[in-house]
Every structure is written in C-alpha cells, then in structure tokens.
Design a protein around this ligand. Structure first.
Ligand SMILES: Nc1ncnc2c1ncn2[C@@H]1O[C@H](COP(=O)(O)OP(=O)(O)OP(=O)(O)O)[C@@H](O)[C@H]1O
Ligand SMILES: N[C@@H](CCO)C(=O)O
Length: 337
C-alpha cells in the first residue's frame, strides 16, 4: 500500500481549512502508486461536497516540486484537464506535512483504461498535442530528470546486475543515444515542458471520454517527440495477453499518431527521428525499472515494475520489424541526419 506517511485526520483538516476547501469529512489512503503517499480527501464547503487528492511527496524535494505544480496550474488555466493544485491565502501551492512537501489537487473523475482501444488512443494523442502547445509559454524550466544525463549516471550503477548479453545491449544503446542526442537534428527538435511518463495508468476516462492527465512528477523540459514515443510504447503495443514483445498494434499506433498530428503536425525531422526516439523511450524505462528493482530506496518500493518488459520493447524497436510503416518516413537515424 502506498501510504508511507500516515496523515492524521486533524492534520489534513487543518490543511484543507488553510486552503479554503471547507471541512474535511473523509480521508482515505490510496493503495495504487509506488512513489508517493496519496489520500482521497472529501470536504464540505457551503453545502457543496468537494473531492481532492492529498499527496505527500516521498522522493521529490521542495526544490523540484514548484516546476511540476506550477506546470499543472498553468495547463489547467489553459483548459487542459489536469489536477489543479489548491492555493492558500498567500497563493502558495506547495505545502508541508510532517516536514515533507505536500500538495492538494483536484480529484479527476473516472478510471484508467488499461486495455485501450483506437478511440482511447486518439483521445490521448490529441490531448498530448494540446498539452504540448499549451505548455509552450510556461515560464519555469527544469530538465527532464530521467533524461540523458540520468541514463549516463545510472547505467554504470545497474550494470553489475545484468548478464553479459544485457550489459552489451545497455552499453551499445547508451552509446547510440548519446550519439543521436549530439546530432544537430536532435538539438533542433521542438521542445518544451513534457509529461514524460504518460502511461495508461496516468490518464482517466469516464464513459469513453478522457477526463484528465495526472502524475506530472516526472515532467521536465525535453523534446515533444520523446513524450510521443513514451505514449506509443505504452498505449499502442499489442496487449500483454497476446504478446509482451512491445510490437505495435498498427491501428492504435496510427490512430494516436494521426490524432496528435491533427493538432500539432510533426516536422520532417521529427518523423525521421521517431524510430530512434522510440528506442530512447524504451531505454529510459528499462533503466529506471532496473534501478527501482535492484536499488530500492528507503521508502520501500513494494511493487517495482518488471524491467524485462522494456528490455523486450527495446529489442523489438531495434529490429524495427515491429514499427509500422506509418511511424517511419525514413529508416535513417538521427545521427545520419
Ligand atoms: N488527481 C487525481 N485524481 C484522481 N485519482 C488520482 C489522482 N491522483 C492520483 N489518483 C489515484 O491515485 C493512484 C496513485 O497515484 P499515482 O499514480 O500518482 O501514484 P504515485 O505513487 O504518486 O506515482 P506512480 O504511479 O509513479 O507510482 C492513481 O492510480 C489514481 O487512482
Ligand atoms: N511509468 C513508470 C512508473 C513510474 O511512474 C513505469 O511503468 O516504469
């Protein structure tokens, strides 16, 4: 259960008062998630029932959080359905619970769609592009903290846990991604604030309608293409009941990509670099899952995700056979551009 910090009813009630969210009536620990302590909080204000989520951050510090929370506020202000952080009378949206950073955000309606159809993929593709456009004038900057620098730091840390074949793959992919990232075409890719972790469990749907994107705590400034690749690698692969090799389901991949491009068409360079970026998207989560599994942090990681899934996805992307033609206008790599 992902409640690492027990929050007392009176403590949560005091915070809700400070945020002018009325009287707390219910406080329920949320079992899902592995990073943070989350509670559903219900309150009454002027006869109206309000529903929020209280998060106590276990990994992130006071330094990084303003970027994520202000990005959510910025996007919410532009009509993107993301949880809006609640402010106190001073306008502060980052609060403190038991010495740890905390936030109270809107509770989204609906549930995650873990077996998405073409319609769900279209909705996500369109909303991702709208989010990218809405974030372009966001004033704060923070790098993607799970980006290239972190890969270079973390690969040597996880290498001792790999067999020789895996070690060879992780080393060669790191070299390739460093090479690609240094190329002029990659440097010139459109970029801005991205979610960077928009998996199926971070999007809500109700009655088939997308009701929100959440869990912005891996967001950062990076290429829009990387965000798109992360989505294509999670939303548009064949369901694990059929196969777990990360091969794309062509209908869903084409739907997500077309919906994205109906809002923000990809540049020629982005289309050219998509295969390399799909590899980068798989590589990032293979490394982070290895790190979570082999180097668990103090705030017990109770359910580390399976790293081998993204190792298979990366191998499939390397073979390219699993990449439908719609995703590749060219077989050339970024480095060759
Ligand atoms: N704003 C929200 N609205 C509705 N439900 C939410 C919201 N935030 C979190 N939840 C619920 O809480 C669960 C856990 O949240 P989340 O996925 O953010 O966990 P985490 O531990 O912070 O992150 P991670 O997914 O990286 O482990 C979600 O699956 C969702 O059911
Ligand atoms: N989406 C990540 C977990 C961190 O949010 C993964 O599946 O490895």
């Amino acid at each position: 259960m992902a409640v690492y910090t027990e929050v007392a009813f009176a403590e949560a009630a005091a915070l809700l008062h400070a945020l002018d969210l009325g009287d707390l009536t219910d406080l329920q620990g949320i079992k899902g998630g592995i990073e943070n302590t989350n509670y559903f909080v219900t309150s009454e204000r002027d006869g109206v029932t309000l529903q929020h989520v209280l998060t106590v951050f276990e990994r992130l510090g006071f330094e990084q959080l303003p970027f994520y929370l202000h990005l959510m506020k910025h996007l919410a202000g532009k009509g993107i359905p993301v949880p809006d952080p609640a402010a106190n009378a001073n306008g502060d949206i980052l609060h403190t619970i038991q010495g740890k950073p905390a936030a109270v955000v809107d509770r989204l309606r609906g549930h995650s769609e873990l077996q998405p159809s073409v319609v769900h993929c279209e909705a996500v593709g369109e909303m991702l592009a709208r989010m990218h456009l809405a974030g372009r004038d966001f004033e704060l900057t923070q790098p993607n903290l799970r980006g290239l620098s972190w890969w270079n730091e973390t690969v040597p840390v996880v290498l001792p846990f790999l067999d020789p074949d895996q070690a060879s793959l992780i080393r060669s992919e790191l070299a390739y991604q460093n090479h690609v990232a240094a190329s002029p075409a990659c440097v010139a890719l459109p970029r801005g604030p991205i979610h960077a972790d928009l998996f199926r469990d971070n999007v809500m749907f109700e009655d088939g309608e997308l009701t929100g994107l959440f869990d912005f705590y891996f967001a950062g400034c990076d290429t829009f293409l990387f965000d798109l690749a992360v989505c294509l690698n999670d939303w548009c692969v064949r369901h694990s009941a059929d196969s777990d090799d990360g091969a794309h389901d062509p209908a869903r991949a084409q739907a997500l990509l077309a919906a994205y491009q109906s809002v923000r068409p990809l540049t020629a360079t982005e289309r050219q670099l998509l295969p390399a970026t799909l590899r980068a998207g798989a590589f990032r989560f293979w490394i982070s899952r290895l790190w979570d599994l082999h180097l668990p942090r103090e705030a017990a990681m109770l359910q580390a995700h399976d790293p081998s899934h993204f190792e298979r996805v990366l191998r499939t992307r390397l073979q390219q056979a699993g990449t439908p033609a719609v995703l590749t206008s060219s077989q050339e790599t970024c480095a060759a551009a």
